[in-house]
Ligand binder design. Structure first.
Ligand code: CAA
Length: 384
């Protein structure tokens, strides 16, 4: 029974800061951010775009009235939760007018949880023919002004509709997950920003990838050459590249290495201009790959999901014939290219306003054709 990604879309806020400008303001060589880390722009969210509104904005264009009747579960994956108790998916379910007899939950394990949501959806669908599951990965990555993690911030949401007979990517039954207790990046509830051991986090990512890849290839018998391309969790584009190179070693022919590395670059084109969107980063990368690489039906994509703390998972999907027609490349390119550039001073003002939850609709609510929903107010802890 074919189960997988039937529809796929994303939303990125309408503002960005260039890494050139940020590097100059922080008195760092711009090549550290552009080459060393591999980023060119960083999405900046206004106070009026929270994880809920971004999630709705990501999903609103792909859901038909029939989808809204068929969706039986809405899962929000996030590590930017705004409530310890109420799931963000409850509000998203309401705003998207999804039929009321649906299950709504929020899932957490750093940047990994959207993958757990997808695997849960796959298991659920295998027992529930005709039903659909909406998975939304929505996050705001913030490390603090002048912090080590600052150039790896970002904001955005990805929406995935999982169903039978999917139009984009059929999920194969081959996933391998790996859990390893490590304090590389975490977010104690008392803290405004994450606690990060940057160097350890890079090592932990690579260790997780290597361990899970070895187990995955042992169990499946696959080598890198069984895949048309690989897709990684992308905290910054250099991270996936470094991890990937560890398995594109001397045992792999140069022509295969070059083919796979070219496809990797296609998979991170959009992440390079957005930054880290935590739970959505792997899936933004998948959209970038699907829209910048030409696939033949049934070719396989290998996906590596990683969440600090740490959980890694590798699984694969097979391309469905006509996948490209199910994606709106023109909309995605316009959304990325029509954003408004902020100076570093403006970005800092936006950043501080977010910390203090001070709305400035006049400045922040620009003509953003991709935002049909925004956060208007928070009164008595009720978000409108
Ligand atoms: N030209 C070219 N390259 C340069 C350069 C220059 N002028 N100056 C420095 N570089 C290179 C460095 O050599 C280094 O490359 P290597 O990693 O290949 O050695 C790279 O630029 C970055 O330099 P540093 O490691 O010295 O940078 P840093 O100490 O300022 O921190 C960071 C970088 C650790 C990524 C930091 O931004 C950070 O802590 N970010 C948040 C944590 C993170 O994203 N970790 C990733 C793994 S964890 C994960 O994936 C989960 C998640 O989403 C958070």
């Amino acid at each position: 029974m074919a189960i997988g990604i039937d529809k796929l879309d994303f939303y990125i806020p309408n503002f960005y800061v260039s890494m050139d400008d940020l590097a100059k303001a922080r008195e760092v060589d711009p090549n550290k951010f552009k080459i060393g880390i591999g980023q060119t722009k960083m999405a900046v969210n206004p106070v009026s775009q929270d994880i809920i509104s971004m999630g709705i904005n990501a999903a609103q264009d792909i859901l038909s009235e029939q989808d809204k009747k068929d969706i039986n579960m809405v899962i929000v994956a996030t590590e930017s939760g705004i409530d310890h108790s109420k799931a963000a998916s409850v509000e998203i379910h309401n705003q998207l007018n999804i039929q009321p007899f649906a299950r709504c939950i929020e899932m957490k394990e750093a940047c990994y949880s959207a993958t757990a949501a997808i695997q849960l959806a796959k298991d659920f669908l295998s027992n529930n023919p005709g039903k659909k599951v909406l998975v939304i990965a929505s996050d705001i990555a913030r490390y603090g002004l002048n912090s080590g993690g600052e150039p790896t911030q970002g904001a955005g949401a990805v929406a995935l509709l999982l169903s039978h007979n999917p139009r984009i990517l059929e999920l194969n039954d081959d996933s391998v997950a790996y859990t390893n207790n490590v304090y590389d990046f975490w977010r104690p509830t008392s803290e405004k920003y994450p606690v990060v051991d940057g160097a350890l986090s890079k090592d932990a990512y690579i260790e997780s990838f290597n361990t899970v890849w070895n187990e995955y290839s042992k169990r499946t018998g696959y080598t890198v050459n069984d895949f048309e391309s690989f897709c990684f969790h992308v905290p910054f584009t250099k991270m996936g590249e470094k991890a990937f190179k560890t398995i594109l070693n001397e045992n792999v022919e140069d022509s295969i290495k070059n083919r796979l590395m070219d496809a990797y670059q296609e998979s991170v084109l959009w992440n390079r201009d957005v930054g880290n969107i935590y739970t959505g980063s792997l899936y933004l990368s998948l959209i970038s790959l699907l829209q910048n690489h030409t696939f033949q039906p049934e070719e396989k994509v290998c996906l590596f999901s990683y969440g600090s703390g740490a959980v890694g998972e590798i699984f694969s999907g097979s391309i469905v014939k006509g996948y490209d027609k199910a994606l709106d490349k023109e909309k995605h390119l316009n959304m990325l290219e029509s954003r408004e550039q902020l100076s570093v001073e403006e970005y800092e003002t936006f950043f501080n306003r977010f910390d203090n939850q001070e709305f400035d609709f006049e400045r922040e609510l620009t003509q953003d054709p991709y935002s049909k929903v925004y956060l208007y107010s928070i009164e008595d802890h009720i978000r409108t």
